[in-house]
Design a protein. Structure first.
Ligand code: RRO
Length: 302
């Protein structure tokens, strides 16, 4: 009932793991696959190993989590070993892999995407990390840079390429227009919302990086509005992400225009099998309303 096709790829369900959570090792990806995800997204991977920001890198706040991990990853060559280990098993479980890629310029993005391509079903370009100087949103807040990164990657790989957008902009349509013009096959929205928490006893910011990105329940209305606007303006598939905890949240994103959703913070609240739970909740709703998955995508615009 939840099978869906996006860019010619068949997914067993539209409830995916978001980048950044449980995506650093092959065994963690396998664990999420067993929890019922239709696809898993890797941690964002760059050309070279990166230790990330200094601790603390994550803090629970009202409405979600504030993180400034700082793109920690072992670099593409070492990371591919992790994926190679689980690729066959994920294939057997019919779970797709979305490879999240970052870089500091178009050459780096294209190089990492090219090396990753053989092992993943979709490439997701992370041009939206809210607190990585020279990376992430430095690119995703600038339409020209966003265009050139997406264009370079599109030239270097054959698998579908999605761009993950930052909500930390004044005009997200301008950015989305640039990446769509560059030929991306789909959009992922949203990355985390820039924020800060201060320890009033220590009298200083809690995160080692001082500020970070907010995820979780609090950002859902922001994500819904972005997905709504993207759906109104573009004719490419959208993957909705931001504060999805249950089936109702997923359905809300779909009604705004998302063909699939990704879950990150929700894993902390409802466990590794949140994917199976959310799928069951979506199925219950569809049965109750006598609707199909296809019918609810964008239904709120009618
Ligand atoms: O690693 C991170 O700190 C991070 C990344 Br790459 C991102 O895209 N979004 C986020 O909230 N944190």
């Amino acid at each position: 009932m939840l099978e869906t096709e996006i860019c010619g790829i068949k997914f067993k369900n539209p409830v995916f793991l978001a980048s950044g959570i449980m995506g650093e090792t092959g065994s963690a990806l396998k664990r999420i696959a067993k929890g019922g995800a239709g696809a898993v997204t890797t941690k964002s991977i760059g050309l070279n190993p990166n230790p990330g920001h200094r601790n603390p890198t994550i803090v629970e706040v009202y409405g979600g989590f504030l993180n400034a991990m700082g793109l920690p990853n072992p670099g593409i060559d070492e990371y591919l070993e992790e994926i190679k280990e689980v690729r066959a098993e994920l294939n057997r479980m019919n779970v797709k892999i979305i490879g999240s890629v970052y870089g500091k310029n178009e050459e780096e993005f294209a190089e990492v995407a090219k090396r990753m391509e053989k092992y993943v079903d979709i490439i997701e370009l992370n041009i939206s990390c809210p607190h990585a100087k020279g990376y992430g949103a430095t690119i995703g807040q600038n339409p020209e840079l966003s265009y050139s990164v997406c264009k370079a990657v599109k030239k270097s790989v054959k698998v579908p390429v999605f761009a993950k957008l930052t909500p930390n902009v004044t005009d997200i349509i301008e950015i989305a227009q640039a990446v769509v013009d560059a030929g991306v096959d789909g959009l992922v929205a949203i990355n985390t919302v820039r924020g800060m928490a201060i320890d009033i006893k220590a009298k200083k910011p809690i995160l080692g990086n001082k500020f970070g990105g907010l995820s979780g329940k609090a950002i859902k209305p922001i994500g819904i509005k972005v997905v709504w606007d993207l759906y109104e303006n573009f004719d490419v598939p959208i993957i909705g992400v931001g504060g999805i905890m249950n089936g109702e949240d997923a359905i809300e994103y779909m009604m705004a225009g998302a063909s699939a959703v990704q879950i990150g913070s929700g894993v902390y609240y409802r466990g590794y099998d949140i994917f199976k739970k959310v799928c069951d909740e979506i199925i219950d709703f569809l049965k109750e309303e006598n609707l199909t998955l296809k019918e609810i995508v964008g239904i709120a615009h009618e």
